[in-house]
Design a protein around this ligand. Structure first.
Ligand SMILES: [Zn+2]
Length: 216
């Protein structure tokens, strides 16, 4: 085998354009602790009364959100002549959650004259939201585990072999993204976006308390 084209010399091939390779999946999240970094943002909202906040909670099934991007990279890529059959291109595909795009959004609600009981109720509510959102993160992490792979394709020349490798890479990423989205959609259907989070465990999803908010 003759090494025809060391792909090290072609960073554009090696590390496929981040904009194409990164897939943004906006989602909402229980919570096994995760070591990966996570940015937490608070969505501040002022209500006039606790009842107004409770009504808002009833009318919105998604008050939190977990956003992330799947990073996908080709590593150790190469294309080489293989005698009569043309060229072979191969690389290692690596998937990860991009830490800098991993953002958890939580509600930060206030109203005048908040009682201690209301504060406590609100804190439990926010914690339930956080656990639901972290469930989304856990599903994505689980789906990415063990998915790194070696891929290889053939082509009539080096360029076509590389092109087919990129296509294979894009298809893998697309399939993985679709698979995660389906799991998360099911997670939201089963739990009704966390309102019935206690249903999650029966389906093998991350468990947690139901998201409820009421005024006492
Ligand atoms: Zn959700």
């Amino acid at each position: 085998m003759i090494v025809e084209d060391c792909l090290d010399a072609h960073p554009g091939f090696f590390l496929i354009n981040a904009a194409r390779a990164l897939v943004a999946v906006a989602l909402l999240g229980t919570a096994l602790p995760s070591a990966a970094p996570l940015t937490v943002r608070y969505d501040e909202q002022r209500f006039t009364t606790c009842e107004e906040a409770a009504q808002y909670a009833r009318e919105h099934d998604t008050v939190g959100r977990y956003q992330y991007r799947i990073g996908a990279r080709l590593e150790n890529g190469f294309a080489a002549a293989t005698g009569a059959s043309g060229y072979r291109a191969a690389a290692r595909v690596r998937f990860s959650l991009e830490p800098e795009f991993s953002v958890l959004e939580l509600p930060q609600w206030s109203w005048p004259g908040q009682s201690a009981a209301q504060r406590s109720e609100l804190a439990q509510f926010v914690e339930s939201v956080r656990l639901h959102e972290m469930g989304h993160r856990l599903l994505a992490e689980r789906a990415l585990r063990g998915r790194d792979a070696q891929i290889g394709v053939y082509g009539k020349d080096a360029e076509s072999a590389k092109r087919r490798l990129r296509e294979r890479f894009a298809a893998l990423l697309s399939d993985l993204t679709k698979e995660i989205a389906e799991k998360e959609n099911l997670y939201d259907r089963v739990t009704d976006h966390g309102i019935h989070q206690s249903e999650a465990e029966a389906y093998g999803f991350p468990a947690g308390p139901d998201i409820v908010f009421s005024c006492r």
